[in-house]
Design a protein around this ligand. Structure first.
Ligand code: GLP
Length: 258
């Protein structure tokens, strides 16, 4: 895993956006995997700025979001779908039909999950996926216990996840109990992975992720099995890891900007 550390969440967000922009400039028809959550707000803010001010185009791109709550979907104000429209997809020139997210309103969840996997495959797989990290080590909504071979499916959200996400619900009375998420295997099939982690609240779990062998109780630890993962973090998120490695330290190459 490559590690890049930035002064704050905005710096990390801008760096993640620049990586995604580079991917799009090299291959305009790229298939991108996208996450929701607070960590992504500066990432999408910078992508929108790059589109508006520096001509970054999404015209040929295709996107697949990681997850959605069961019972929420397009038009529901607290859905991940609306988060994406507000923060990114409606703010750039993505072609109609190129933005995909599991439909949490589809009553036939089995069919929905199967169709989502097929759509990703038919698009040629994801070139780059941007992930956040849950406080309990989840990626997407793959909660602790998620196996390495898991695919897009319905998952029960743990109480700790529901409580952490409570603040996101202004219109839904109760934080949903289930979600549809890409599986670990689905995520790991992406050719490149960016893991974006910021803030002191993530320091402990990031340290455990970086030092743990891959195992289901810490889903993010499965990222060690992938050959092209870049962690983009801020100083706060890295703090517990740096304490844990102590004397052995880690080496950074620091020089004047290119
Ligand atoms: C969410 C999402 C994840 C996200 C994670 C962290 O609920 N399902 O995709 O990465 O939890 O969210 P945040 O960035 O708000 O801390």
């Amino acid at each position: 895993m490559k590690v890049k550390v930035f002064a704050d969440a905005h710096g990390a967000g801008r760096a993640a956006a620049r990586e995604a922009a580079r991917q799009l400039r090299e291959r305009p028809g790229s298939v991108l995997g996208l996450a929701t959550g607070h960590t992504m707000i500066p990432v999408y803010g910078e992508l929108v700025r790059l589109h508006e001010e520096e001509g970054l185009s999404f015209k040929q791109a295709v996107t697949f979001n990681l997850d959605e709550y069961v019972g929420l979907g397009e038009g529901e104000q607290d859905s991940f779908c609306e988060f994406m429209k507000l923060r990114l997809t409606k703010q750039v020139d993505l072609a109609p039909g190129s933005f995909h997210i599991p439909n949490g309103l589809n009553m036939d969840t089995t069919a929905e999950c199967r169709a989502y996997e097929k759509m990703i495959r038919d698009a040629g797989g994801m070139d780059l996926i941007i992930l956040g990290l849950g406080r309990n080590g989840h990626i997407g909504f793959n909660e602790p216990g998620s196996p390495l071979n898991s695919r897009t499916r319905v998952v029960a959200l743990l109480e700790v996840t529901r409580r952490t996400n409570d603040d996101d619900f202004r219109f839904v009375k109760e934080t949903p109990r289930e979600a549809i998420t890409m599986g670990i295997a689905t995520i790991l099939e992406a050719r490149r992975i960016l893991l974006v982690v910021t803030g002191w609240e993530k320091a402990e779990i990031l340290s455990r992720t970086l030092t743990s062998a891959p195992f289901p109780e810490l889903p993010a630890s499965f990222l060690h099995t992938h050959s092209d993962v870049t962690l983009i973090a801020d100083g706060e998120a890295m703090e517990a890891y740096l304490e844990a490695v102590g004397d052995s330290g880690i080496t950074f190459n620091v020089g004047p900007p290119a």
